[in-house]
Design a protein around this ligand. Structure first.
Ligand code: DLL
Length: 435
């Protein structure tokens, strides 16, 4: 098989790209209006006919759809093709309510593989590479998505799935893995385990493709150092296909959205108004090529901003900034907005690793937030600084980042549970008191 080269579509001049998007959008809207009764009714309610959508300039005439709509239409209500034309389902974890099930035709799987292949190429992947995939396989899209992309690039693919860290490391060494695909929290754990076992000089990794959860620049630097690689961000969501909706290139400065397949908008989450480039708001996607699960103006609840500043890699596709988390990840503590990523930034800047837990509770009618963070093995050996002094430094750092007092507990190395997939950083006990 030949090397898989960067498709021309990724460097297409903007006017041409937008012309393509407009054509695909008009066709897609007509298609869903005719094939999905849910959309037909929604568009009728909004007084929009397919012929009103001539191009991307008309996008904001279409109504939004939300995760609640998806839940209400579970399982078949949004199908765009007969079920017999579908070859695959994938699903969200459903921890916050009813699962969302997404359907794929073979062409949908092919375009998803294509997006993941582009992500691997952007991280320097070629057919010479050994691509080690330890995202979970199964209903979660991480494993199947990167697996398909890796095949398309022609890499030797190791379908490891998640867990069993010793086996991961053994295969990595024995088979010479060069590209690692997993969540950033699991990459950090692998880095820790490899260094503890003194095996760093036996691994050949050069790049990592990490996503599925928010992670900070500090975390990127820490993983790059511990594994000796370049770490690339990748974004996606089950509803829109899975990983590969956007990904970083060698610039590592925002993720290029695959605009020949997905149109992105940023809206004010309260009013639904479309915001200009550069403003932070909720990311909304319209799928213009998918057929089995063709979502239009889907509100992701992820908050970020877009930029069209030219990128040195030559790709013309718009870039999205790392999402700081879902709007639902933001905690309001003592009346202040707190993002787990802000806490991670403070901890990693003070030399801790990403082994922490945030516990929020309500005591005597007052919010209380506690951050538990593990000492690194080096810190545990260093008797010149007491645990109390370390805690006081973290309290100070968090106060200046968040503006509120946070209780801090520095705990022994290895006392916080390691994640193998998406890390659960926050335990908000206040939710227990809600009805
Ligand atoms: O997490 C798909 C994926 C798999 C992406 C592997 C990247 C790598 P879901 O389980 O449906 O799909 O979760 C989607 O995860 O709406 C974001 O809130 C979050 N997310 C995904 N990628 C990133 C990222 C997969 N790079 C939800 N940074 C999304 C921050 C991310 N958050």
């Amino acid at each position: 098989m030949k090397n898989y080269y960067q498709p021309e579509i990724e460097t297409m001049p903007l006017p041409q790209l937008q012309e393509l998007q407009s054509k695909r959008l008009a066709e897609q809207v007509k298609y869903v209006y005719e094939h999905v009764p849910f959309y037909h009714d929604r568009m009728e309610e909004a007084g929009v006919k397919p012929e009103d959508i001539k191009g991307i300039g008309d996008l904001d005439k279409l109504p939004f759809i939300t995760k609640d709509d998806l839940r209400e239409q579970y399982p078949y209500g949004l199908l765009g093709v007969p079920l017999t034309d579908c070859v695959r389902i994938q699903s969200t974890s459903g921890t916050t309510g009813q699962r969302v099930v997404a359907f794929y035709t073979q062409e949908d799987v092919d375009l998803w593989d294509e997006c993941c292949a582009r992500a691997i190429v952007a991280a320097g992947g070629t057919k010479e590479d050994v691509c080690h995939v330890c995202y979970g396989y199964g209903l979660f899209t991480g494993g199947p998505g990167l697996n398909g992309g890796s095949h398309k690039v022609g890499c030797l693919t190791l379908p490891m799935s998640s867990g069993n860290t010793d086996r991961q490391i053994q295969f990595m060494i024995d088979l010479g893995s060069t590209i690692l695909c997993c969540t950033p929290s699991y990459a950090a754990n692998l880095g820790e385990a490899i260094n503890e076992r003194g095996l760093k000089d036996q691994i050949k990794l050069k790049a990592g493709i990490f996503g599925a959860e928010p992670w900070t620049e500090e975390m990127r630097r820490s993983i790059e150092k511990s594994l000796g690689i370049k770490a690339y961000d990748i974004y996606g969501l089950t509803e829109i296909s899975g990983p590969g909706v956007s990904f970083e290139c060698e610039e590592q400065s925002g993720m290029h959205i695959q605009e020949d397949h997905f149109i992105a908008e940023i809206i004010n989450p309260k009013t639904g108004e479309v915001l200009p480039e550069g403003e932070v708001g909720e990311l909304v996607f319209t799928c213009i090529t998918k057929k089995a699960f063709p979502l239009l103006r889907y509100r992701t609840r992820d908050l970020c901003y877009l930029t069209r500043k030219p990128c040195s890699c030559g790709r013309t596709h718009v870039r999205m900034h790392k999402p700081m988390g879902r709007s639902d990840d933001m905690m309001v503590v003592k009346g202040v907005n707190v993002w787990p990523s802000q806490i991670e930034t403070v901890l990693l800047k003070q030399g801790y690793q990403a082994n922490y837990q945030i516990v929020v509770d309500r005591v005597d009618n007052h919010d209380r937030i506690e951050v538990q963070v593990e000492l690194t093995p080096e810190m545990a050996q260093d008797s010149s600084v007491t645990v109390e002094q370390r805690e006081a430094m973290v309290v100070k750092g968090l106060k200046s980042m968040l503006g509120i007092k946070v209780d801090v507990k520095v705990v022994e190395p290895k006392s916080i549970t390691r994640s193998e997939g998406k890390a659960v950083r926050v335990i908000d006990k206040r939710n227990l008191y809600k009805d």
